[in-house]
Each structure stands twice: as structure tokens, then as C-alpha cells.
Write a protein of this length. Sequence first.
Length: 117
Amino acid sequence: MTIQPIIPRMAGARGFAAMDRKKQQEIARRGGLAAQALGTAHRFSPEEARNAGRKGGEAVSGNRLHMASIGRRGGVARHALRKAQRLEVEPNRDAAAEPLDAAQAVPEADERALASP
């Protein structure tokens, strides 16, 4: 899944920037295939990828406000997911949690115990 930017195309855009997204992707795809065919395309080794990920993680985690925001959004999303799962399993959970009347709250055995001195 790719995240598409929400930035509208600029009215004065020319050339590649003015093309629709599908055409841009097709041109980029052809360029990637050509680079692979020529042997000039770069592929990350596992070591290079590991180092790049570590550097990116260090850069992002340095911003405490950003990290707190990420954590908060994750917590809210997880809570919503668990709540939805609970409702699927126990659809009448809210009805069962309603408070009982005073007459229903005391079992008969307790009523007899209260009545005798």
C-alpha cells in the first residue's frame, strides 16, 4: 500500500509534474527496467538496508513530540479495534451490564437471612 500525497497539482506545473500519475508511474517503471537490464540499478544488500533503517529510526525517534503522537494514535486505534472485536463476540454486552432493580439485587436466601433476627 502506498500513501499518496494530498497536495493538488500546481496550475503552472510543466513536463513530468503536469502528467497524470499513471503516466508518471509507467515512465518510472520503464526507467527501472532499463536500469536493471543495463546493470546500473542499485539493490540494497541486507547490511545496507539495516544501516539505512537504523539511521532513519534514530532521526525520527529524536523528535519526542512526534513519537508521542505516533504512540497516542496507535493506542486509540488499538482500543477501537478491541472494542469492535468485543462487540462482535458479545453483541448484548451493554444490555447485560445494566444495573439490576433493588428487588433483583438481593437473592431470596439473603432476604430470609435479613428477615430473621
